[in-house]
Ligand binder design. Structure first.
Ligand code: ADP
Length: 354
Protein backbone atom coordinates (compact mmCIF):
# COMPACT_ATOMS: atom_id res chain seq x y z
CA UNK A 1 0.00 0.00 0.00
CA UNK A 2 1.58 3.32 -0.94
CA UNK A 3 1.01 6.72 0.59
CA UNK A 4 -1.83 7.56 -1.80
CA UNK A 5 -3.78 4.50 -0.69
CA UNK A 6 -3.49 5.49 2.94
CA UNK A 7 -5.14 8.85 2.34
CA UNK A 8 -8.25 6.86 1.52
CA UNK A 9 -7.97 4.23 4.25
CA UNK A 10 -7.22 6.85 6.89
CA UNK A 11 -10.17 9.00 5.80
CA UNK A 12 -8.16 12.21 5.26
CA UNK A 13 -8.60 12.04 1.48
CA UNK A 14 -12.36 11.62 1.80
CA UNK A 15 -12.63 14.54 4.18
CA UNK A 16 -10.52 16.59 1.78
CA UNK A 17 -12.94 15.64 -0.98
CA UNK A 18 -15.96 16.72 1.10
CA UNK A 19 -14.29 20.03 1.96
CA UNK A 20 -13.52 20.75 -1.71
CA UNK A 21 -16.98 20.28 -3.26
CA UNK A 22 -19.64 22.95 -3.81
CA UNK A 23 -22.54 20.83 -2.52
CA UNK A 24 -23.56 21.36 1.08
CA UNK A 25 -22.93 18.29 3.22
CA UNK A 26 -23.95 17.72 6.83
CA UNK A 27 -24.03 14.90 9.36
CA UNK A 28 -26.35 15.50 12.29
CA UNK A 29 -28.50 13.60 14.74
CA UNK A 30 -32.25 13.49 14.26
CA UNK A 31 -32.49 15.94 17.17
CA UNK A 32 -30.37 18.43 15.21
CA UNK A 33 -26.97 18.12 16.92
CA UNK A 34 -24.40 18.80 14.23
CA UNK A 35 -21.59 16.28 13.91
CA UNK A 36 -20.01 17.64 10.74
CA UNK A 37 -20.68 20.25 8.04
CA UNK A 38 -18.39 20.80 5.10
CA UNK A 39 -16.75 24.02 3.95
CA UNK A 40 -19.44 24.85 1.37
CA UNK A 41 -22.13 24.59 4.06
CA UNK A 42 -20.24 26.74 6.54
CA UNK A 43 -19.46 29.40 3.94
CA UNK A 44 -22.97 29.58 2.51
CA UNK A 45 -24.59 29.84 5.93
CA UNK A 46 -21.94 32.12 7.33
CA UNK A 47 -20.72 30.07 10.30
CA UNK A 48 -17.15 29.38 11.28
CA UNK A 49 -16.01 25.90 12.25
CA UNK A 50 -16.10 26.92 15.89
CA UNK A 51 -19.56 28.51 15.74
CA UNK A 52 -21.26 25.68 13.94
CA UNK A 53 -20.91 23.31 16.91
CA UNK A 54 -23.30 25.47 18.92
CA UNK A 55 -25.97 25.63 16.21
CA UNK A 56 -28.89 23.23 15.97
CA UNK A 57 -29.30 22.01 12.37
CA UNK A 58 -33.03 22.87 12.33
CA UNK A 59 -32.16 26.48 13.18
CA UNK A 60 -30.76 26.80 9.65
CA UNK A 61 -33.97 25.67 8.00
CA UNK A 62 -36.86 28.09 7.44
CA UNK A 63 -39.65 27.58 10.02
CA UNK A 64 -42.27 27.10 7.26
CA UNK A 65 -40.82 23.59 6.80
CA UNK A 66 -41.64 22.60 10.37
CA UNK A 67 -44.52 20.28 9.50
CA UNK A 68 -42.69 18.76 6.54
CA UNK A 69 -39.61 18.10 8.66
CA UNK A 70 -41.75 16.13 11.10
CA UNK A 71 -43.11 14.12 8.20
CA UNK A 72 -39.70 13.43 6.61
CA UNK A 73 -38.23 12.48 9.98
CA UNK A 74 -41.07 10.03 10.54
CA UNK A 75 -40.47 8.53 7.09
CA UNK A 76 -36.73 8.22 7.77
CA UNK A 77 -37.41 6.58 11.12
CA UNK A 78 -39.73 4.15 9.36
CA UNK A 79 -36.68 3.15 7.31
CA UNK A 80 -37.21 4.97 4.00
CA UNK A 81 -33.79 5.08 2.42
CA UNK A 82 -33.12 8.25 0.48
CA UNK A 83 -35.56 11.13 0.63
CA UNK A 84 -35.51 13.91 -1.90
CA UNK A 85 -36.36 17.25 -0.29
CA UNK A 86 -36.45 20.93 -1.12
CA UNK A 87 -35.80 23.41 1.65
CA UNK A 88 -35.31 27.11 2.27
CA UNK A 89 -32.19 27.57 4.38
CA UNK A 90 -31.48 30.63 6.47
CA UNK A 91 -27.93 31.88 7.03
CA UNK A 92 -26.55 33.43 10.20
CA UNK A 93 -27.34 36.90 8.84
CA UNK A 94 -30.86 35.94 7.70
CA UNK A 95 -30.08 35.46 4.01
CA UNK A 96 -32.35 32.80 2.45
CA UNK A 97 -31.24 30.08 0.04
CA UNK A 98 -33.34 27.51 -1.80
CA UNK A 99 -31.71 24.10 -1.78
CA UNK A 100 -32.61 20.62 -2.95
CA UNK A 101 -31.04 17.35 -2.05
CA UNK A 102 -31.28 14.11 -0.18
CA UNK A 103 -31.62 12.98 3.40
CA UNK A 104 -30.92 9.51 4.70
CA UNK A 105 -30.65 8.04 8.15
CA UNK A 106 -28.04 5.62 9.39
CA UNK A 107 -29.29 3.16 12.03
CA UNK A 108 -27.43 1.43 14.85
CA UNK A 109 -28.95 -1.43 16.81
CA UNK A 110 -32.26 -0.66 15.15
CA UNK A 111 -32.26 2.97 16.36
CA UNK A 112 -31.66 6.15 14.29
CA UNK A 113 -28.00 7.05 14.66
CA UNK A 114 -27.27 10.02 12.43
CA UNK A 115 -28.68 11.72 9.34
CA UNK A 116 -26.72 12.44 6.17
CA UNK A 117 -27.81 15.54 4.28
CA UNK A 118 -26.49 16.56 0.87
CA UNK A 119 -27.92 19.76 -0.59
CA UNK A 120 -27.35 21.88 -3.68
CA UNK A 121 -28.11 25.58 -3.92
CA UNK A 122 -30.88 26.12 -6.49
CA UNK A 123 -31.75 29.72 -5.61
CA UNK A 124 -30.79 31.05 -9.05
CA UNK A 125 -32.63 28.28 -10.88
CA UNK A 126 -35.78 28.85 -8.81
CA UNK A 127 -35.69 32.55 -9.55
CA UNK A 128 -35.43 31.93 -13.30
CA UNK A 129 -38.27 29.40 -13.05
CA UNK A 130 -40.46 31.93 -11.25
CA UNK A 131 -39.75 34.59 -13.85
CA UNK A 132 -40.48 32.14 -16.64
CA UNK A 133 -43.76 31.10 -14.99
CA UNK A 134 -44.82 34.71 -14.55
CA UNK A 135 -44.07 35.42 -18.18
CA UNK A 136 -45.99 32.41 -19.46
CA UNK A 137 -48.93 33.21 -17.17
CA UNK A 138 -49.07 36.74 -18.43
CA UNK A 139 -48.78 35.65 -22.06
CA UNK A 140 -51.47 33.00 -21.52
CA UNK A 141 -53.95 35.52 -20.15
CA UNK A 142 -53.21 37.92 -22.99
CA UNK A 143 -53.51 35.18 -25.61
CA UNK A 144 -56.73 33.70 -24.41
CA UNK A 145 -59.11 36.48 -25.41
CA UNK A 146 -57.95 36.95 -29.03
CA UNK A 147 -57.83 33.19 -29.41
CA UNK A 148 -61.42 32.83 -28.23
CA UNK A 149 -62.36 35.53 -30.74
CA UNK A 150 -60.62 33.65 -33.57
CA UNK A 151 -62.39 30.48 -32.56
CA UNK A 152 -65.79 32.19 -32.54
CA UNK A 153 -65.10 33.69 -35.98
CA UNK A 154 -64.22 30.28 -37.36
CA UNK A 155 -67.37 28.81 -35.87
CA UNK A 156 -69.47 31.54 -37.44
CA UNK A 157 -67.74 30.98 -40.77
CA UNK A 158 -68.49 27.28 -40.52
CA UNK A 159 -72.17 28.01 -39.90
CA UNK A 160 -72.33 30.52 -42.76
CA UNK A 161 -70.68 28.24 -45.27
CA UNK A 162 -72.85 26.49 -47.79
CA UNK A 163 -73.74 23.03 -46.49
CA UNK A 164 -73.63 21.76 -50.09
CA UNK A 165 -70.00 20.76 -49.89
CA UNK A 166 -69.18 19.79 -46.27
CA UNK A 167 -66.06 17.92 -47.34
CA UNK A 168 -64.81 20.60 -49.76
CA UNK A 169 -61.51 22.43 -49.36
CA UNK A 170 -62.85 25.59 -47.60
CA UNK A 171 -64.72 23.40 -45.10
CA UNK A 172 -61.56 21.42 -44.42
CA UNK A 173 -59.52 24.56 -43.88
CA UNK A 174 -62.03 25.96 -41.40
CA UNK A 175 -62.18 22.59 -39.65
CA UNK A 176 -58.38 22.52 -39.33
CA UNK A 177 -58.38 26.06 -37.93
CA UNK A 178 -61.02 25.12 -35.36
CA UNK A 179 -59.15 21.99 -34.30
CA UNK A 180 -55.93 23.90 -33.79
CA UNK A 181 -57.53 26.77 -31.92
CA UNK A 182 -59.16 24.17 -29.63
CA UNK A 183 -55.77 22.59 -28.97
CA UNK A 184 -54.24 25.92 -28.21
CA UNK A 185 -57.08 26.84 -25.86
CA UNK A 186 -56.70 23.50 -24.06
CA UNK A 187 -53.01 24.20 -23.63
CA UNK A 188 -53.55 27.71 -22.30
CA UNK A 189 -56.33 26.55 -19.96
CA UNK A 190 -54.16 23.71 -18.64
CA UNK A 191 -51.30 26.11 -18.05
CA UNK A 192 -53.47 28.64 -16.25
CA UNK A 193 -54.95 25.83 -14.16
CA UNK A 194 -51.47 24.74 -13.10
CA UNK A 195 -50.48 28.33 -12.30
CA UNK A 196 -53.62 28.63 -10.15
CA UNK A 197 -52.82 25.45 -8.17
CA UNK A 198 -49.19 26.43 -7.74
CA UNK A 199 -50.24 29.85 -6.48
CA UNK A 200 -52.14 28.05 -3.72
CA UNK A 201 -55.74 27.69 -4.92
CA UNK A 202 -57.80 26.21 -2.09
CA UNK A 203 -58.66 22.51 -2.14
CA UNK A 204 -61.66 20.94 -0.48
CA UNK A 205 -60.81 18.72 2.49
CA UNK A 206 -63.54 16.12 2.32
CA UNK A 207 -63.57 12.46 3.17
CA UNK A 208 -63.04 10.36 0.04
CA UNK A 209 -63.74 6.61 -0.08
CA UNK A 210 -60.97 5.48 -2.41
CA UNK A 211 -62.59 2.41 -3.98
CA UNK A 212 -65.86 4.26 -4.63
CA UNK A 213 -63.94 7.23 -6.02
CA UNK A 214 -61.99 5.01 -8.45
CA UNK A 215 -65.18 3.23 -9.55
CA UNK A 216 -66.81 6.58 -10.28
CA UNK A 217 -63.87 7.90 -12.35
CA UNK A 218 -63.48 4.62 -14.24
CA UNK A 219 -67.18 4.55 -15.09
CA UNK A 220 -66.81 7.93 -16.79
CA UNK A 221 -63.68 6.97 -18.78
CA UNK A 222 -64.62 3.40 -19.67
CA UNK A 223 -66.57 4.33 -22.84
CA UNK A 224 -63.48 6.17 -24.18
CA UNK A 225 -61.41 3.02 -23.65
CA UNK A 226 -63.95 0.82 -25.37
CA UNK A 227 -63.89 3.13 -28.38
CA UNK A 228 -60.17 2.42 -28.80
CA UNK A 229 -60.53 -1.26 -27.88
CA UNK A 230 -59.01 -0.93 -24.41
CA UNK A 231 -60.55 -2.51 -21.37
CA UNK A 232 -60.25 -0.80 -17.98
CA UNK A 233 -60.16 -3.17 -15.01
CA UNK A 234 -60.39 -2.44 -11.31
CA UNK A 235 -58.72 -4.31 -8.44
CA UNK A 236 -59.44 -3.17 -4.91
CA UNK A 237 -57.39 -4.45 -2.02
CA UNK A 238 -58.18 -1.29 -0.07
CA UNK A 239 -61.97 -1.43 0.11
CA UNK A 240 -63.22 0.93 2.78
CA UNK A 241 -59.95 2.91 2.93
CA UNK A 242 -60.47 6.66 3.00
CA UNK A 243 -58.34 9.72 2.37
CA UNK A 244 -58.97 13.44 2.81
CA UNK A 245 -59.02 15.75 -0.13
CA UNK A 246 -60.61 17.44 -3.06
CA UNK A 247 -62.43 14.74 -4.99
CA UNK A 248 -62.65 16.78 -8.21
CA UNK A 249 -58.91 17.48 -8.17
CA UNK A 250 -58.11 13.85 -7.39
CA UNK A 251 -60.41 12.79 -10.22
CA UNK A 252 -58.44 15.12 -12.51
CA UNK A 253 -55.24 13.23 -11.56
CA UNK A 254 -56.70 9.77 -11.98
CA UNK A 255 -58.34 10.71 -15.29
CA UNK A 256 -55.00 12.00 -16.55
CA UNK A 257 -53.16 8.81 -15.54
CA UNK A 258 -55.80 6.52 -17.03
CA UNK A 259 -56.06 8.47 -20.28
CA UNK A 260 -52.26 8.46 -20.64
CA UNK A 261 -52.26 4.70 -19.97
CA UNK A 262 -54.87 4.25 -22.71
CA UNK A 263 -53.08 6.58 -25.12
CA UNK A 264 -49.88 4.56 -24.90
CA UNK A 265 -51.54 1.10 -24.89
CA UNK A 266 -51.91 -1.13 -27.93
CA UNK A 267 -55.49 -1.62 -29.17
CA UNK A 268 -57.01 -4.64 -27.41
CA UNK A 269 -54.85 -4.05 -24.33
CA UNK A 270 -55.99 -3.59 -20.77
CA UNK A 271 -55.44 -0.88 -18.19
CA UNK A 272 -55.79 -1.82 -14.51
CA UNK A 273 -56.61 0.65 -11.75
CA UNK A 274 -55.67 -0.76 -8.38
CA UNK A 275 -56.07 0.41 -4.79
CA UNK A 276 -54.04 -0.96 -1.89
CA UNK A 277 -53.08 -0.02 1.63
CA UNK A 278 -49.54 0.95 2.47
CA UNK A 279 -48.30 1.89 5.89
CA UNK A 280 -50.37 4.91 6.85
CA UNK A 281 -51.23 5.54 3.21
CA UNK A 282 -53.44 4.40 0.37
CA UNK A 283 -51.84 3.74 -2.99
CA UNK A 284 -53.72 4.06 -6.27
CA UNK A 285 -51.92 2.54 -9.26
CA UNK A 286 -52.65 2.69 -12.96
CA UNK A 287 -51.02 -0.20 -14.78
CA UNK A 288 -50.69 -0.41 -18.55
CA UNK A 289 -49.05 -2.86 -20.91
CA UNK A 290 -48.08 -0.16 -23.36
CA UNK A 291 -44.90 1.11 -24.90
CA UNK A 292 -43.20 2.13 -21.63
CA UNK A 293 -41.41 5.43 -21.06
CA UNK A 294 -38.12 5.97 -22.89
CA UNK A 295 -35.23 5.80 -20.43
CA UNK A 296 -33.78 9.20 -21.37
CA UNK A 297 -37.14 10.91 -20.80
CA UNK A 298 -37.92 9.54 -17.33
CA UNK A 299 -36.20 12.19 -15.25
CA UNK A 300 -38.18 15.03 -16.81
CA UNK A 301 -41.58 13.42 -17.17
CA UNK A 302 -43.17 15.51 -14.39
CA UNK A 303 -41.78 18.75 -15.84
CA UNK A 304 -43.93 21.33 -17.59
CA UNK A 305 -44.54 20.76 -21.32
CA UNK A 306 -42.63 17.47 -21.12
CA UNK A 307 -43.40 15.06 -23.94
CA UNK A 308 -41.09 12.27 -25.05
CA UNK A 309 -39.52 12.67 -28.51
CA UNK A 310 -41.38 10.57 -31.08
CA UNK A 311 -43.75 9.59 -28.30
CA UNK A 312 -46.49 12.18 -28.51
CA UNK A 313 -50.17 11.51 -28.86
CA UNK A 314 -51.63 15.00 -28.73
CA UNK A 315 -51.97 16.50 -25.26
CA UNK A 316 -50.16 19.38 -23.66
CA UNK A 317 -47.32 17.80 -21.72
CA UNK A 318 -48.81 19.50 -18.66
CA UNK A 319 -51.02 16.68 -17.34
CA UNK A 320 -48.36 15.04 -15.16
CA UNK A 321 -47.00 18.37 -13.90
CA UNK A 322 -50.55 19.26 -12.78
CA UNK A 323 -51.05 15.79 -11.26
CA UNK A 324 -47.81 16.02 -9.28
CA UNK A 325 -48.71 19.44 -7.90
CA UNK A 326 -52.21 18.29 -6.89
CA UNK A 327 -50.94 15.14 -5.15
CA UNK A 328 -48.16 16.98 -3.33
CA UNK A 329 -50.61 19.66 -2.16
CA UNK A 330 -52.60 16.76 -0.65
CA UNK A 331 -49.51 15.69 1.31
CA UNK A 332 -48.94 12.69 -0.96
CA UNK A 333 -46.49 11.59 -3.61
CA UNK A 334 -46.64 10.38 -7.20
CA UNK A 335 -44.16 8.15 -9.01
CA UNK A 336 -43.91 5.48 -11.69
CA UNK A 337 -42.18 2.26 -12.70
CA UNK A 338 -41.70 1.59 -16.38
CA UNK A 339 -40.16 -1.04 -18.58
CA UNK A 340 -39.64 -0.16 -22.23
CA UNK A 341 -41.89 -2.27 -24.44
CA UNK A 342 -43.65 -3.90 -21.48
CA UNK A 343 -45.62 -1.15 -19.84
CA UNK A 344 -45.80 1.46 -17.15
CA UNK A 345 -47.32 1.76 -13.69
CA UNK A 346 -48.04 5.24 -12.41
CA UNK A 347 -49.13 5.46 -8.78
CA UNK A 348 -49.94 8.01 -6.15
CA UNK A 349 -50.09 7.63 -2.40
CA UNK A 350 -52.16 9.74 -0.03
CA UNK A 351 -52.17 9.70 3.77
CA UNK A 352 -54.91 7.33 4.99
CA UNK A 353 -57.71 8.96 6.94
CA UNK A 354 -58.33 7.16 10.21
P1 ADP B 1 -49.80 14.85 -22.19
O1 ADP B 1 -50.92 15.82 -22.11
O2 ADP B 1 -48.84 15.11 -23.28
O3 ADP B 1 -50.24 13.42 -22.08
P2 ADP B 1 -48.60 14.36 -19.62
O4 ADP B 1 -47.84 15.29 -18.73
O5 ADP B 1 -49.81 13.70 -19.05
O6 ADP B 1 -48.96 15.21 -20.89
O7 ADP B 1 -47.58 13.26 -20.17
C1 ADP B 1 -46.33 13.65 -20.64
C2 ADP B 1 -45.68 12.62 -21.50
O8 ADP B 1 -45.29 11.48 -20.69
C3 ADP B 1 -46.54 12.02 -22.59
O9 ADP B 1 -46.57 12.86 -23.73
C4 ADP B 1 -45.77 10.72 -22.87
O10 ADP B 1 -44.62 10.98 -23.67
C5 ADP B 1 -45.30 10.30 -21.48
N1 ADP B 1 -46.24 9.34 -20.81
C6 ADP B 1 -47.16 9.63 -19.85
N2 ADP B 1 -47.82 8.52 -19.44
C7 ADP B 1 -47.32 7.50 -20.16
C8 ADP B 1 -47.59 6.08 -20.20
N3 ADP B 1 -48.52 5.50 -19.40
N4 ADP B 1 -46.86 5.33 -21.06
C9 ADP B 1 -45.92 5.90 -21.85
N5 ADP B 1 -45.61 7.23 -21.87
C10 ADP B 1 -46.30 8.01 -21.05
Amino acid sequence: MDELDTIVTSGTGLRDLLESIDDLVCLATLEGRILYVNRAWREKLGYSKEEIGAVNSYQMIHPHHKEDIQKTNARMMAGEELLHVERTMVSKTGQQYEVEGSLSCRFKDGKPWYVRAIFRDITARKQVERMKDELISMASHELRNPLMAIRTSLQLLQEEMSPADPKGRPAQIVELGLRNSDRMLDLINAYLDLAKIEAGAAFAQKEVDVAAFIAHVVELIRPLGLRSGIEIREEHAARGARVSGDEDRLAQVLTNLVSNAMKFSKPGGAVTVRSEQKEGAVRVSVVDQGSGIPEEFRHKIFGKFAQAEGHRRGGSGLGLAISKTIIEKHGGRIAFDSETGKGTTFYFELPRRV
